[in-house]
Design a protein around this ligand. Structure first.
Ligand code: HEC
Length: 104
């Protein structure tokens, strides 16, 4: 009985922490790869005038729909947007971060 309680407490403590880790990893990736053009946070301005602020992306499409683009390389018509492709763990982290900055 006591063991089962301990396991339940452990799971409650680690599940949100794991999500936070993913989001903070995603934030680091965004800072390193995207922030020089895009506003990545809740109130910053994009450094590149044509780059949409990440917090506005969900107004156009669900953020999760970027998963494929991030894995296979984001290609857009704009010549200033570099082609970036990420391995699956980093895609998950970036999506988690993008989700976290959308207005809910
Ligand atoms: C060198 C500047 C630059 C960097 C670095 C950059 N972007 Fe962009 N990004 C742009 C510009 C400019 C646009 C607008 C393109 C257009 O309007 O065609 C854009 C558009 C986008 C869009 C919107 C596409 C659409 O059709 O709505 C997404 C999503 C995006 N970028 C994600 C990212 C992510 C994620 C990163 C980092 C992993 C990143 N970008 C890095 C310049 C950049």
């Amino acid at each position: 009985m006591r063991v089962r309680l301990a396991i339940a407490a452990f799971m409650l403590a680690t599940v949100p922490a794991a999500a936070d880790d993913l989001i903070s990893e995603g934030r680091t990736l965004a800072e390193e790869n995207c922030a020089r053009c895009h506003a990545i946070g809740a109130g910053d301005e994009s450094a590149h005038e044509d780059a949409p602020a990440f917090r506005t992306l969900s107004a156009k499409y669900p953020v999760a729909s970027l998963e494929e683009a991030l894995a296979e390389g984001i290609v857009s018509g704009h010549p200033d947007m570099p082609e970036l492709a990420f391995p699956p763990e980093q895609v998950a982290a970036l999506i988690a971060y993008l989700e976290s900055v959308q207005p809910h």
